[in-house]
Design a protein around this ligand. Structure first.
Ligand code: 3PG
Ligand code: CO
Length: 555
């Protein structure tokens, strides 16, 4: 068994309340007008940066530092919070799927064999996000899977696409659909009956998360399983182009559509005896559809018809719930997270965010694990997010409410660690609405202030950091860092995350004199934060954790 006992830190005192604040989508970039954090009034975050140089620094939040395949991979909340909580760098879903596909191991696993049992008589359905964003899925992985499935005798394939525009530029859906249709055409030439069967925008169809809005999943169910949608087209390229003509529609919010044959019949509803694979590797936005596809008892919406299928996820999305039961690639086995250690060592923990980010500071933080380690030591509070809106219309989101909960938790002195995620920079940044993102950053800064004030009152310590960049750069740039113009000479709004590093600041009246950031971890990343936080709770991190960012000098 694991020895959970942590060694005491030789110098740092016990018993300080530690606030851990994660600003979602808050990177560090050059100050210009597309840097919403720079444009916004953010006096609290500014003062942390200007305050004490040995108590503010940058850490890596993208690429290999967070277990992604390459340095061109932007950070994201899943890998960011995994690294923050786990204190070690794990090869993440994107990488694990790459390995499994490249080695062919994916086709030898139990999951694929289970799927394959349907290839004789049934259709193989592939459902997932169609882009090369690399956050939830990747087009090249889908392409390899299509090839591999057909080589493994899948005779009839239907792809149910979800258009992106959030991890990639808006409008790129058309190109991705063209590429996919072209691939499917080639499969058809080889005698495989392969087509796109349905589609919709990721934020409106299927990919909700943390049960914010089951209506999103229902719209997907209706199109994918029942073959019913408000829009019917003969081809997906036509569908995406036509639907995008509406100025209120973009890739993220494309309404659901089904592809029909010449007689108007949907070409690919999911039927008894079919196989279904959800090809996203990332968990949060697949858990809800996985439940709808897998659970016998299900009351979140009326499924109307529940086909008897063999269903597998690209990965298992929730290890605690064992959801789904079948999967093509083993997920990263993130164990012995800092949260679990700290609870075993008497650290009473409070965590809070609003719905759309709630699982980030709980589920992702705890290594993709649902629930409490020890309910008597922990309290997780979810503030309901507004559902059915794009957050540019409500850019303050629930930042204030989250901060109030954190403040109350700190002042109650019932907790040793109070951890929050402030979603604004990220969720509003993803809308591409620059003005609203400025308002969002200001709101997040105000929330930080409320939490730091509470820490001041109880003589505690704060750690303020972020999971990845977003709001600090809202424009696509060329290699020299200038805005890259499109063919009409316009800037291209960046809705996605960035490759930027993120700040981390420590302080508060409880921080012992002489604590400062070390200078010998220049490449420190998010995974170094866990050991740092353990130190602030007066413990030394396990030896396999990434090194702490802080040291104590005598003065
Ligand atoms: C999303 O799922 O909203 C985006 O693809 C990534 O955003 P997140 O990593 O900040 O959640
Ligand atoms: Co994001």
């Amino acid at each position: 068994g694991v020895s959970w006992k942590l060694e005491d830190h030789p110098k740092l005192p016990k018993g300080k309340t530690v606030a851990v604040v994660v600003l979602d989508g808050w990177g560090e970039a050059n100050p210009d007008k597309y840097n919403c954090i720079h444009v916004a009034e953010t006096p609290t975050m500014d003062s942390l940066k200007k305050g004490a140089p040995e108590k503010w620094r940058l850490v890596k939040a993208h690429g290999k530092a967070v277990g992604l395949p390459t340095e061109d991979d932007m950070g994201n909340s899943e890998v960011g919070h995994n690294a923050l909580g786990a204190g070690r760098i794990y090869a993440q879903g994107a990488k694990l799927v790459d390995f499994a596909l490249a080695s062919g191991k994916i086709y030898e696993g139990e999951g694929f064999k289970y799927i394959k049992e349907c290839f004789d008589k049934g259709t193989l359905h592939l459902i997932g996000l169609l882009s090369d964003g690399g956050v939830h899925s990747r087009l090249d992985q889908l392409q390899l899977l299509l090839k591999g499935a057909s080589e493994n005798c899948a005779k009839r394939i239907r792809v149910h696409i979800l258009t992106d525009g959030r991890d990639v530029l808006d409008g790129t859906s058309v190109g991705f659909v063209e590429t996919l249709e072209n691939d499917l055409l080639k499969l058809q030439e080889k005698g495989v009956d392969a087509q796109i069967a349905s589609g919709g925008g990721r934020m409106y169809v299927t990919m909700d998360r943390y049960e914010n809005d089951w209506g999103v999943v229902k719209r997907g169910w209706d199109a994918q399983v029942l073959g019913e949608a408000p829009h019917k087209f003969r081809s997906a390229v036509e569908a995406v182009k036509k639907l995008r003509e509406d100025p209120n529609v973009n890739d993220q919010y494309l309404p659901p559509f089904v592809i029909v044959d010449e007689s108007g019949k949907p070409v690919g509803p999911i039927l008894d005896g079919d196989a279904v694979v959800t090809f996203n590797f990332r968990a949060d936005r697949m858990v809800m559809i996985a439940k709808a596809l897998e659970y016998e008892d299900f009351d979140k919406f009326d499924r109307v018809r529940v086909p008897k299928i063999h269903y597998a996820g690209m990965l298992q999305y929730d290890g605690e719930l064992k959801l789904p039961k079948h999967y093509l690639v083993d997920p990263p086995e993130i164990e012995r997270t800092s949260g679990e250690y700290l609870v075993h060592n008497g650290i009473r923990t409070f965590a809070c965010s609003e719905t759309v980010k709630f699982g980030h500071v709980t589920f992702f933080w705890n290594g993709n694990r649902s629930g409490y380690f020890d309910a008597s030591m922990e309290e997780y509070v979810e503030i309901p997010s507004d559902a059915g809106i794009t957050f540019n219309v409500q850019p303050k989101m629930k930042a204030l409410e989250i901060a109030e909960k954190a403040r109350d938790a700190i002042l109650s002195r019932k907790f040793d660690q109070v951890r929050v995620n402030l979603p604004n920079g990220d969720m509003v940044g993803h809308t591409g609405d620059i003005e609203a993102t400025v308002v969002a950053c200001k709101a997040a800064d105000e929330a930080v202030k409320m939490i730091l004030d509470a820490i001041e009152q109880v003589g505690g310590i704060y750690v303020v950091t972020a999971d990845h960049g977003n709001a600090e750069d809202m424009v696509k740039r060329n290699k020299s860092g200038q805005p890259a113009l499109d063919k009409n000479g316009n800037i291209q709004v960046l809705t996605s995350h960035t490759l930027q590093p993120v700040p981390i600041a420590i302080g508060g009246p409880g921080l012992m004199h002489g604590v400062r950031f070390r200078s010998d971890v220049p490449d420190g990343g998010l995974a170094n934060v866990a050991a740092t936080v353990m130190n602030l709770h007066a413990f030394i991190a396990p030896s396999d954790y990434e090194p702490t960012l802080i040291e104590v000098v005598d003065n």
